[in-house]
Design a protein around this ligand. Structure first.
Ligand code: HEC
Ligand code: HEC
Ligand code: HEC
Ligand code: HEC
Ligand code: HEC
Length: 297
């Protein structure tokens, strides 16, 4: 093979130089991993209230907030297996923490694992339990079915009976107002289709299970029954979309143990003293106002 001429050698040098520059900057700040079904920031234009609430909620941080646990899972499992984890093994966590990842490529899964292992939280911030995870995937009852490509072509399930005209299809789903909707992720069993040969059961949230057994759960009737949405998605006056009519809307802040006001609401402490002998008998009563055991797991 003849040696390349001078011009070509120069070009090769320039190309090598560019590559070096690119990897250097990539090491400083890797590109963010986009959600495979698209970024929900486009919903903000018409649903500003829901978007702002959700952005403040822990549902918008479900991958970033589990970072330490996720990293430990990946590193210990890789060590035990002597190979990188495959998509099913990573979906064992992402199935609830970033459901849209189900539709990602194998290369995307390797990238996510790499970003977790190198603590690149910022690059992972686009993965979460977002509008699409709840209103398109879980609400359809078939989170494993890929919705049509394009955010305005997906059907969004919701609890509005007669929605105003919208640029995307909608479907009335009254079951979204019930606790069973939250069960998909807030229960102890790993969903069957994401079972892996891990040597432990994944126990993240038991709130559905102890709500169901508790005094406001499935056996309660009438006003005694309180759905998860009663306490975690309070109704308020507002607009479901800027071009729609005024209605009662549901808070999307999902307050929980990170919220001081919610924690205060959780328990009531009262002390009653009755004289007894030389002293007094103290009765301390602690009432649990949450619909489930506190703290959770
Ligand atoms: C069945 C659904 C489900 C699966 C599967 C699941 N999680 Fe979770 N995870 C949750 C829910 C719901 C919470 C919130 C619990 C709470 O706030 O009380 C949570 C919370 C967490 C937290 C605490 C986050 C914080 O803010 O402190 C960590 C860490 C975590 N999960 C890691 C994992 C890892 C690692 C896996 C895979 C091995 C996994 N999860 C699989 C549903 C799930
Ligand atoms: C150009 C404006 C526009 C955009 C963008 C938009 N929507 Fe909507 N959406 C509407 C309107 C209008 C309604 C009906 C509101 C009403 O009746 O009060 C609606 C209703 C809904 C409902 C309620 C459906 C029901 O039957 O209860 C959901 C859920 C929803 N949108 C989700 C989304 C999501 C998720 C996105 C982003 C991927 C999005 N929307 C983007 C305008 C928009
Ligand atoms: C697609 C899965 C999924 C669904 C569906 C879901 N959640 Fe969650 N939820 C999560 C995960 C994952 C977390 C953990 C957030 C974190 O990492 O701290 C969480 C956290 C929470 C928290 C804790 C907030 C905090 O301060 O830590 C509350 C409260 C909550 N969810 C309520 C609900 C309610 C109510 C529903 C039903 C209307 C629901 N969730 C449906 C996955 C889900
Ligand atoms: C009667 C009101 C009420 C009902 C009903 C209720 N919750 Fe809660 N929940 C609370 C309060 C108050 C807290 C804060 C106390 C705490 O986190 O320890 C809380 C905390 C939580 C947390 C954070 C738990 C932790 O300590 O890690 C999650 C997750 C949650 N709820 C999910 C649910 C789900 C899912 C349902 C339905 C199956 C539900 N809740 C039903 C009032 C309620
Ligand atoms: C954790 C699941 C979850 C996430 C994430 C979520 N929603 Fe919802 N959303 C619900 C549920 C459940 C209802 C119905 C509550 C009810 O009727 O009690 C609802 C109701 C709605 C409605 C109907 C009006 C209302 O407020 O009741 C609109 C519009 C909506 N959501 C838009 C959005 C948008 C936009 C996003 C993203 C920024 C989003 N939602 C994220 C679960 C979710």
């Amino acid at each position: 093979m003849p040696l390349p001429n001078r011009a070509m050698r120069l070009m090769m040098l320039v190309v090598v130089g560019l590559l070096a520059v690119n990897t250097a900057s990539a090491q400083e700040k890797p590109a963010t991993m986009p959600s495979p079904l698209g970024a929900v920031s486009s919903c903000k234009a018409c649903h500003p209230q829901h978007y702002q609430d959700w952005e403040q909620s822990y549902h918008s941080k479900t991958v970033v907030a589990m970072h330490a646990g996720f990293k430990k899972y990946i590193t210990t499992q890789e060590e035990a297996k002597g190979r990188p984890l495959n998509r099913n093994e990573l979906m064992a966590c992402l199935g609830c923490h970033a459901p849209a990842m189900r539709f990602a490529s194998d290369a995307d899964f390797s990238r996510v694992a790499q970003l977790v292992k190198t603590d690149q939280r910022e690059a992972l911030a686009g993965l979460s339990v977002d509008c699409i995870a709840c209103h398109s995937l879980y609400a359809s009852g078939h989170p494993e079915t890929k919705p049509p490509q394009g955010l305005d072509r997906q059907t969004y399930y919701g609890t509005i009976q007669n929605p105003a005209k919208s640029p995307h299809p909608t479907k009335h789903a009254p079951e979204m107002a019930k606790s069973e909707f939250c069960k998909g992720c807030h229960t102890y069993v790993t969903p069957a289709e994401m079972k892996v040969n891990a040597d432990w059961d994944i126990v993240c949230s038991l709130t559905y299970d102890n709500w169901a057994e508790g005094p406001v759960g499935v056996r309660a009737t009438g006003a005694n029954k309180k759905e998860c949405q009663t306490c975690h998605m309070e109704k308020q006056d507002g607009k479901a979309a800027i071009t729609g009519p005024a209605r009662k809307i549901s808070s999307h802040r999902f307050p929980g143990w990170h919220d001081p006001a919610m924690l205060k609401k959780a328990t009531e402490l009262s002390v009653a003293a009755t004289p007894k002998g030389n002293g007094a008998q103290l009765v301390v009563t602690m009432v649990n106002n949450a619909g489930h055991r506190i703290p959770d797991t």
